[in-house]
Design a protein around this ligand. Structure first.
Ligand code: GLY
Length: 270
């Protein structure tokens, strides 16, 4: 993990950067408290001149859209906002179709970017829109749940659900940038924080005993916020980045990251 300056104007001291190493499709995951304030500047540094379609849900919009929009405007970025209802039911064909049409109606081109501002549902849905419109647009993830920050926003899995099961329609489409503001998690219901924490613990269980032990000593501080939370998110993202760099399309080792998911998804379907 390094503190890599993205541009001279950006504050790098407060934030950690994890690189996902995928050759010409490599990208940074930037992590830290208060990152939303400079999201616009960071997006502009990675995608200069791009127009944006910000896809978010009603719940996240109420809490964070004003701050996010302000930072986009301050960076001189041109954007449209597309909202979907909160919840898993939004990962369906009808909304996917509507969003694709809305992005085209806004006249965004392939080099423009779809931005996911939300949790795993918004990230998966927006990512699949980005993968599909004009055969693949740029994509930026701004995950707002712990689960999305440590798992679903990283690694390029995108998609929607089918009546045959969860995540059965989609594409691998890597983002160009992931911005994980850990202060946003202060507004997350405890139940959702715990769901994300299970993914953090997963990285310890998958072969990183020192991290698992560290979590046993520091979990309260991770829940409370502060540097331990940033550390837990960064170490989780590094673990995931290592696996994705080795097995992007889940031909082998990446399947380990589904620990708990397969059972959980079946339970949800039932
Ligand atoms: N959530 C598991 C993976 O991204 O591979």
């Amino acid at each position: 993990m390094t503190d890599t300056p993205a541009s001279a104007d950006l504050e790098t001291e407060r934030f950690q950067t994890v690189r996902v190493d995928l050759g010409s499709r490599s990208y940074d995951i930037v992590i830290g408290r208060g990152l939303l304030e400079e999201a616009g500047a960071r997006i502009a540094a990675v995608k200069p001149g791009a127009r944006l379609a910000v896809i978010t849900d009603e719940t996240v919009a109420k809490l964070h859209l004003d701050a996010f929009s302000k930072s986009l405007s301050e960076a001189g970025l041109d954007y449209v906002v597309l909202k979907v209802p909160a919840g898993e039911a939004s990962k369906r064909f009808e909304l996917f179709e509507r969003l694709c049409d809305d992005v085209l109606a806004a006249r965004l081109e392939r080099g423009d970017a779809v931005v996911a501002l939300g949790g795993g549902v918004v990230g998966d849905l927006a990512g699949f829109v980005a993968a599909s419109v004009r055969r693949g647009m740029s994509f930026i993830q701004v995950p707002t749940t712990l689960l999305a920050q440590v798992d679903s926003s990283v690694g390029g899995k995108t998609g929607i659900n089918s009546r045959h099961g969860k995540n059965l329609i989609g594409a691998f489409h890597q983002p160009d940038l992931v911005l994980a503001d850990t202060a946003i998690l202060d507004t997350l219901p405890l139940r959702d924080f715990r769901a994300g924490y299970a993914e953090v613990a997963k990285y310890g269980l998958l072969g990183d005993e020192p991290f698992f032990t560290w979590l046993e000593d520091n979990w309260q501080a991770v829940f409370a916020g502060g540097p331990e939370r940033d550390e837990a998110v960064a170490r989780s993202c590094q673990a995931k980045a290592d696996v994705v760099a080795e097995d992007e399309h889940e031909a082998g080792r990446r399947a380990l990251l589904n620990l708990g998911h397969t059972f959980g998804h079946s339970l949800e379907s039932a």
